[in-house]
Write a protein that binds this ligand. Structure first.
Ligand SMILES: Cc1cc2nc3c(=O)[nH]c(=O)nc-3n(C[C@H](O)[C@H](O)[C@H](O)COP(=O)(O)O)c2cc1C
Length: 174
């Protein structure tokens, strides 16, 4: 198996991160890989907001926790120090697919560098609220964007689970 196929097969979701920040080099390389994903008509509808500021990271986690309905003190990002929020321009018909593919690139690029990751949901609800809208406003983003997902990043604190067996009839050859 070549290195790319190994990365694609070995990537797993991490649910326990160390608090250590990943290097700037790692962060930039992962984000760059995200920006090179395929997009419908090549329109590059997604944007990535790379959050490394602990205060904002914690505020997003708190918002996410409330949307998810978990009790106080639960961290939906499992301690990850970096959150990459992927959003995509609503007016583009393929925006959800485009943003999802960016998410895939981010997670696989992370795996290739030994950085752990997980997709965390509820970005849509977050960025429909005033909380999320204010983040966009602060960044001078005025168009309508839909939250697609959060890619939480960091170093794994302990071994990451192995993959569940692949279901039968996943693939049909004809
Ligand atoms: C669209 C999507 C949303 C997800 N949202 C969450 C989430 O909010 N919290 C979480 O712990 N895992 C979340 N995950 C991670 C999945 O649970 C995980 O990918 C799945 O269990 C398979 O494990 P693997 O990623 O290790 O292959 C999400 C994954 C996807 C693709």
């Amino acid at each position: 198996m070549n290195e790319t196929l190994k990365v694609l097969e070995n990537r797993r979701s991490c649910r326990k991160f160390k608090s250590d920040m990943i290097s700037d080099e790692e962060l930039k390389a992962i984000v760059r890989a995200g920006t090179f994903s395929a997009t419908g008509k090549g329109l590059q509808s997604p944007i990535i907001i790379a959050v490394t500021d602990k205060k904002l990271r914690d505020e997003i986690a708190e918002e996410n926790r409330k949307i998810g309905g978990w009790g106080e003190g639960f961290d939906p990002f499992y301690g990850a120090p970096v959150i990459l929020v992927v959003l995509a321009k609503k007016e583009v018909p393929t925006h959800v697919y485009d943003g999802s593919l960016v998410m895939g690139n981010l997670m696989n690029a992370a795996e290739s560098l030994g950085v752990a990751s997980i997709w965390i949901h509820r970005a849509k609800e977050e960025f429909e609220s005033d909380f999320g809208k204010n983040i966009l406003k602060r960044l001078g983003i005025e168009e309508e964007y839909e939250g697609i997902g959060h890619c939480a990043l960091g170093y794994a604190d302990g071994p990451v689970n192995s993959a569940a067996p692949r279901k039968e009839n996943y693939v049909y050859y004809i």
